[in-house]
Design a protein around this ligand. Sequence first.
Ligand code: RNT
Ligand code: ZN
Length: 422
Amino acid sequence: MTTSKSNIQSAYTLAKERYAELGVDTEKALAQLAKIAISLHCWQGDDVGGFENSGGELTGGIAATGNYPGKARTAEELRKDLDVVYSLLPGSHRLNLHAIYLESDSKVERNAIEPKHFSAWKDWAKANQHGVDFNPTCFSHPKSADGFTLAHRDEDIRQFWVEHCIASRKIGEYFGKELGTPAVTNIWVPDGYKDSPADRQSPRRLLQESLDLIIAEKIDPRYNLDAVEPKLFGLGSEAYVVGSMEFYSAYSLTRKILLTLDSGHFHPTETISDKISALLIYHDQLLLHVSRGVRWDSDHVVTFNDDTQAIANEIVRNNALERIHIGLDYFDASINRIAAWTIAARNTLRALLVALLEPQAQLRQYELDGDFSSRLALQEELKSMPFSAVWDYYCSTKNIPVGMDFMKVIKDYEKKELSKRS
Ligand code: RNT
Ligand code: ZN
């Protein structure tokens, strides 16, 4: 089934000419693509379990369904799995870590986490040239059991989570310093109500107060960038989420921090792609959690669909590759977890490539001329341009498996490694 090198090369030569006819330089597009780092979310590898060894279940209104065998049980296994994923992706990519992925011989409270608990991650990231991003874990914990954390009415509980988030920013700073690339530390809290609250504003005021305490200490943006992530609803917070889009949009803008857009966090027909151009007028930088919402779930594996393409198009059309941090966020336990990571990351990169191959000048000219028929015609023609020949060539030049070949590597690894895990 393997595609021969010469077929890849000749398909590319033809594709290059087809794109050149449209005024698109495929080599330039590939050079730009090679510079993009996607941040892989560590939590796909073990169903958002983490290594606190508390045996606690996943809470916070998110859920990983499925019981596919072979999930990582230790940080070492998770790193091993990630190595396989990175080996199947062209380019050099980042890792997005959650606080519960710390390593320690004894129990460490969330508000007492320190850089030293992440030194093995740092060594591995350094050795493999991965930048690292970070997240406080404000869920799956007794102090979040009633669904509230930073917006809790109890001051002690709020304070606990404030301390956890401050500690997390310091870990972000540590990674940034050690690795020479800033960590984006993203705060997402589950706080919300299943049913209609009597008072929608007080929790939001508390959240604002807590966040202000968290970001009070300035950290050099060369090392750490702060981000906040809104959401519309979760399991058990269907009627009300404290950290809504309006709340965080205004918060992040007034505090000059990053806003995170998760594609699964809006109304089912609402897309994040259309928000990008508007937000970039006001925000220096954004963080994306590329995901796929399906009915009640906001975290399915990213496919190569219209939504993913529209997100990639907007990043490229707004010339924002330097201003938008691209992370993935989903958790699927029903298929091989390494395949879940790889398929979605490859899809995201492929969508970015298609975006980079767009004849922007021509499309804009049609628009300025009021020739919307040609604009539509070209947009539709582009959908069947031979971008896959460019993608295959790109993978092949980077010595990355082409086509379904990456699944062979995953199947082998499953047999050799994953099947031995209970
Ligand atoms: C939850 C948010 C958040 C989490 C991770 C695990 O709805 O999307 O980003 O998925 O922090
Ligand atoms: Zn998210």
